[in-house]
Write a protein that binds this ligand. Structure first.
Ligand code: NAD
Length: 332
């Protein structure tokens, strides 16, 4: 039975089942760093949950995965409060959906004149706090509001500056990732030593950052690309692309592949270019992020409880599809 053919109590039962399954998968992925299904399976089921919620908004509860970012923090780490929440990103899975997203934004905000295209790095979000130009705290995203204090671990990563080129107070955000080569070496060594292997570089990076012994993190060869700040007050940048340049001049490693574009046809070319070049990159990407470029307009457009409304992730199709959606039965 499809959702449309179910009566209200059947929809409710299906919804609860789906929600609990997604919560379990999220726990395994974010909290235990050991996913039990591929991302595209999670994404397809998440989409189904969203469809039910769009049709029956009364069913939505605050514990729904659509209302929450990431997961709670691991014990053993101090907690860090994110005064400016660390959000997730909305996603689309086809160029048609992406074009629709951009059309809506352009229609609602006619002053939009450009977008910044960036690669979606397959890692995990981190936040770095600098006082007077010195790194004082580093943390994970956690549930967006409360993350884990992993300062000592982040200090072992070579691309993270301990001191900036200007003595400013700033909170910088971006992605920590494990390069493909480090990931292959790590899993080979773990297999050789009889340890369990990591499912993908993202989970390996997350596991490596959340270590109680920072020498373990140091041995994992992690790297970073920074792309955001908690607030823009002390910066000169007026656009996302200028912000990336300014972060670079402060001493951060940024991903150099970004491109300022005007419309969907430019985005289309960017997607095709990196779909082709993806395998040759030394780090994993799972899509493209398209951001309205003007920072003050980003503020006007705002966020939902979970995602910015001025940006979207275009996710690449899965490389190997092992399980079809139909293999999972949600009907009652
Ligand atoms: P996400 O990874 O889909 O997108 C948001 C994140 O993208 C941001 O928080 C940021 O960390 C990252 N990002 C990378 N490059 C970026 C850039 N250039 N600009 C901005 N952000 C950038 O969202 P999420 O909330 O972290 O995780 C949800 C995803 O995790 C799901 O779509 C699913 O694929 C996966 N997941 C899988 C399982 C599973 O069981 N396999 C379970 C839960 C979640």
């Amino acid at each position: 039975k499809t959702i449309n053919e179910m009566n209200e109590s059947e929809v409710k039962k299906t919804y609860e089942k789906l929600k609990n399954q997604l919560k379990l998968w999220s726990r395994q992925y974010y909290y235990e760093d050991q996913p039990s299904v591929e991302d595209h399976i999670y994404d397809q089921n998440y989409r189904m949950l969203q469809d039910i919620e769009n049709k029956y908004p009364d069913l939505i509860t605050s514990d729904s995965p659509t209302q929450n970012v990431g997961s709670k923090t691991l014990p053993g780490f101090d907690k860090v409060r994110h005064d400016v929440p660390m959000l997730s990103l909305g996603d689309v899975f086809s160029k048609e959906e992406l074009s629709e997203f951009m059309d809506n934004l352009d229609n609602n905000y006619p002053s939009i004149d450009e977008y910044n295209c960036e690669l979606k790095i397959d890692g995990l979000a981190i936040s770095l706090l600098y006082k007077n130009g010195n790194l004082v705290q580093g943390s994970t995203r956690g549930n967006g509001f409360i993350g884990e204090d992993i300062t000592e671990n982040l200090k072992t990563i070579k691309s993270i500056p301990h001191k900036l080129n200007r003595p400013i107070d700033i909170e910088v955000r971006g992605e920590c990732y494990m390069p493909k080569e480090s990931f292959a070496n790590l899993n080979a060594k773990r297999e050789h030593d009889g340890n369990s292997t990591f499912a993908n570089p993202r989970n390996a990076a997350a596991g490596s950052l959340r270590q109680l012994d920072s020498s373990v993190t140091a041995s994992r060869n992690l790297s970073t690309f920074m792309y955001n700040v908690a607030d823009y007050n002390d910066l000169k940048a007026n656009t996302q692309s200028e912000l990336l340049d300014e972060l670079k001049s402060l001493g951060f490693k940024i991903n150099p592949t970004y491109e300022v574009v005007k419309n969907m046809s430019d985005v289309d070319k960017y997607i095709d270019k990196y779909t082709n070049e993806r395998d040759g990159l030394s780090y994993g990407i799972d899509g493209i992020v398209i951001k309205e470029n003007n920072l003050s307009l980003q503020k006007d457009i705002g966020n939902t409880v979970k995602v910015p409304k001025w940006a979207i992730a275009f996710k690449f199709p899965p490389e190997e599809v092992e399980t079809k959606l139909n293999d999972i039965e949600w009907t009652v």
